[in-house]
Design a binder for this molecule. Sequence first.
Ligand SMILES: [Zn+2]
Length: 219
Amino acid sequence: MLEQLKKEVCRMNIALKENGLVTMTSGNVSGRDLKCPGYIVIKPSGVVYDVMSPKDMVVVDMKGRVVEGRYKPSVDTISHLVVYRARKDLGGIVHTHSNFATSFALLGKPLAVCMTAQADEFGGMIPVTRYASPLPFEDVGNAIVETLGRKELPGVLLKKHGVFTFGPSPAAAVKAAVMIEDIAKTCWLAMQNGKLKALPDKEVKKWFYRYHEIYGQKR
Ligand SMILES: [Zn+2]
């Protein structure tokens, strides 16, 4: 079942490695087909990226029961499910410990909008959740949902832990993970030479408008 989604979720998990967002077997991407919302497809636990193929992806129902797949699903499956249950619009979730974004998470510092690329892409800051414990299993997902609420945030920094990003598809969530890491890296580099200052809100709105309404080739 969900063969197309398995291919996309597999391809996007490999994209985490290609973009330097993960080491060894850390990180994971899941996807949900909004036309078949009772299931998600997620990376198997502890399988290396280099040998991963679509048939290795695991299908679980919304309670986390394995419906299809020869492997155990990612240990973060419950975190993904808690967010999917709260946000019916999401079709993709990514979790990484990408270095620069996670360094902000360790300090409990949100990514304020200090550079125009962040204003373009996201139009706002990337917040930090409260600290979440691995047990009970739902705590990480609950911390994310408390911060996310109904807001259309592309991602959150999980305090002391890493990054979760979201989107209408696995590809959109991976794009957000790549962009957040790139922005965090640039901000971190700037911080080596001085104090960062956020752009005023009205400037953030202008950049966001230009990027979303004028930039690129509209079809
Ligand atoms: Zn993690």
